[in-house]
Design a protein around this ligand. Structure first.
Ligand code: AHR
Length: 664
């Protein structure tokens, strides 16, 4: 009998062991829903840079690479097939100063039959049943007989999977178009143009787009990718980078004025990432600017995100040449910033406002933020920033200017920039952190001790690196994503000073990347979200509007018991939202004690992002291997246990009882 009783005791103990664990140790506490800390609508945003084929070959849905023969090697990505006995001749004409923005075109001396093949961006992604729109600028030599142009998409076996035909008759430059439907799905299709006839034909701007772009805009953006951006509900869109803003040399900096207006009048430029890393050479990486500043503003508007353009401040990338514009030659750079504001917001009677209207957007874009320089450091940056700041504020006093502390989150250059920018009362300072998962965990309290009267913070580029910064072996694995989530609870807790944040980089082509990790990966047909994406999405979709004072024991949860947490109030949805990271390899059950004024409904939602395997990743074959799981849980105002699975991020959505709204 005695023996039986001890078994019963043991069984009871085992049955309640998780509760016993929950009742031991520290508890979470939230005393009330009062909050003095507003969360900015810009808190969780997007950093876009044309790196990893993110624009040309990615978001910008153009399928033809080197469409106007402007790459350094004019025939790069084009292949010719010619008659052996009587070959036609193709030459590249360069009009130089006569047409500086897009000087080259191809001239074909056709002697019967000739074929041109474009390889696309590591192939062309074609979907069975989808419509494709081809266009080309042509000019036939006066007096020549009409020429036949056969347009076809071909698969790897060179079989036609979609085709159309045009007769070229025009003897002045004009754009010809043809549309056709694909008969098969192919990831690596090519565009084949076959010419039949005799005579001389000039051609330029050879283009192929899917009809099914984002919002069905002709010449638009890849729908699946924009949909993923939209699902993030971003507060802002920063563009166009990144180091791409700066250029390896000043001549290769991003100049927004060359990216607006008619597509064929935008001046192409080498992409600075093409040969940046010897281990990931991409010599065929150029910028056509089909996705230019107008399109970035439009995308920001579509996404309901504040536009945040970043401009060159007159310093080329300091990891490359660090070329400087002399201080007495800075005016054109400053003028670019002033003109950009006019382009975005100016009346349609102004020169740049008129261009915006002519491009299709008479209403202003309502630009509120502008960034001066990307990752600059040293006194040269500060002295240039001062000039920009003075000029911008003199003309546009309400414009919020983003400055930066350079590439690293600490060290001499960081300290110098932080100190100087503070002295200058800088409004919003961009800090970058590419570091180990351990760094992210141990920096969850980074902003707790920041000066509340100093500049506001823009955590403008961050991502945990599984190996090391710029290592090609970095992975978008769960360990990195989880550590970012832990760090983000710290960003959220400090939303009084942290006003903007963005993971970087955003996009990567699976076969043409230079930098990893990246938030979204794509090939020519599909894209998938990484665990890091889902972390961003969970924070952004549950942003709330007030930070609450959640404690673990007596302190914020910044790592005790490997727990990290933050709490927000979402007044629009009358919800209390908790974000809790359990970075340990054990499930933890933790009580949360709510103040007596806080009344919640008895059913709540817990969204869990988790993996037992810290090395786990998503991929094309398992895009949702790690993805949010939703479940309904019991909730109680009096005593509630938060079940925190090992190595997980949990979002608890607790509905507040309506009577409670007044008691805030
Ligand atoms: O995100 C990749 C690069 O990292 C950015 O271009 C640059 O700003 C940073 O060094």
């Amino acid at each position: 009998m005695k023996r039986n009783i001890s078994w019963v005791v043991l069984l009871v103990m085992l049955a309640f062991s998780s509760n016993l664990q929950a009742q031991s140790g520290e508890q979470f506490q939230l005393k009330n829903l009062k909050s003095a800390i507003d969360i900015q609508p810009t808190m969780w945003g997007i950093f876009f840079e044309d790196i990893n084929f993110a624009a040309d070959g990615g978001l910008y849905a153009e399928m033809v690479k080197n469409r106007s023969f402007e790459f350094d090697t004019p025939m790069m990505s084009w292949q010719e097939a010619n008659e052996e006995s009587n070959p036609s001749e193709l030459v590249i004409i360069n009009l130089e100063d006569l047409k500086p923005e897009n000087p080259r075109f191809a001239r074909l001396k056709l002697k019967g039959n000739y074929t041109l093949l474009n390889e696309g961006f590591r192939g062309m992604g074609v979907k069975n049943g989808d419509l494709y729109n081809f266009s080309i600028q042509t000019k036939l030599q006066k007096g020549a007989a009409p020429m036949r142009m056969k347009i076809a998409l071909v698969n790897a076996a060179n079989e036609e999977i979609g085709a159309a035909e045009l007769m070229v008759e025009n003897t002045a430059w004009s754009t010809m178009k043809a549309s056709f439907t694909a008969k098969a799905t192919e990831e690596k299709a090519k565009l084949r143009l076959t010419f039949e006839g005799e005579g001389e034909l000039d051609m330029d701007m050879i283009s192929l787009f899917p009809q099914d772009t984002w919002k069905q805009r002709p010449g638009g953006l890849r729908k699946d990718i924009v949909e993923k951006l939209e699902a993030l509900q971003p507060g802002f869109l920063r563009f166009p980078g990144g180091c791409i803003v700066e250029g390896r040399v000043l001549a290769e900096r991003y100049q927004w004025k060359k990216t607006v207006g008619a597509i064929d009048q935008r001046t192409g430029l080498v992409n600075r990432w093409n040969t940046e890393f010897d281990h990931r050479l991409t010599p065929d990486y150029f910028q056509t600017f089909g996705l230019g500043f107008y399109e970035y503003f439009l995308l920001s508007e579509d996404l309901g995100a504040e536009a945040l353009p970043i401009l060159s401040c007159g310093i080329a990338c300091q990891f490359n040449t660090g070329e400087l514009v002399p201080m007495d030659h800075l005016d054109p750079y400053v003028q670019d910033a002033l003109d950009l504001i006019e382009f975005a917001n100016g009346a349609t009677t102004t020169a740049w406002g008129k261009l915006r209207a002519d491009m299709g957007h008479p209403e202003p874009f309502n630009l509120k933020y502008i960034g001066v320089g990307n990752e600059q450091w040293g006194p040269q940056y500060i002295e240039r920033y001062i000039v920009f700041e003075k000029a911008i504020k003199a003309k546009y006093p309400d414009m919020i200017i983003v400055s930066g502390t350079g590439p690293f989150p600490d060290g001499e250059d960081f300290d110098y920039a932080a100190k100087e920018l503070k002295k200058l009362n800088a409004e919003l300072v961009d800090e970058h952190y590419y570091n180990t998962p351990e760094w992210f965990l141990s920096n969850a309290n980074r902003y707790d001790a920041y000066d509340r009267n100093g500049p506001k913070i823009f955590a403008g580029e961050y991502a945990a690196q599984s190996v090391a910064i710029a290592s090609p072996d970095n992975k978008n694995n769960w360990q990195c994503a989880l550590s970012e989530a832990a760090f983000m609870t710290g960003l959220e807790r400090n939303a009084d000073i942290v006003h903007m944040t963005s993971y970087a980089p955003l996009l990567a082509h699976a076969e043409a990347w230079q930098w990893t990790p990246d938030m979204i990966w794509f090939n020519n047909l599909e894209s998938y979200a990484t665990p890091n994406y889902y972390v961003q999405q969970l924070f952004s979709n549950h942003a709330g509007n007030k930070v609450l004072d959640l404690k673990y024991g007596k302190q914020p949860a910044t790592g005790a018991d490997q727990l990290y947490a933050s709490a927000v109030l979402d007044e629009a949805n009358n919800q209390l939202i908790l974000k809790v990271v359990n970075a340990s390899d054990k499930d933890q059950d933790k009580l949360i004690k709510l103040g007596s004024d806080i009344k919640i409904n008895t059913k709540a939602e817990q969204i869990i992002l988790q993996s037992k395997d810290l090395k786990a990743e998503n991929g094309f074959s398992a895009p949702e291997h790690i993805a949010p799981q939703h479940k309904t849980i019991e909730a109680s105002s009096k005593k509630m246990t938060l079940h925190l699975p090992a190595q997980s991020l949990s979002i608890f959505k607790l509905d507040l009882q309506s009577v409670n709204v007044q008691s805030r």
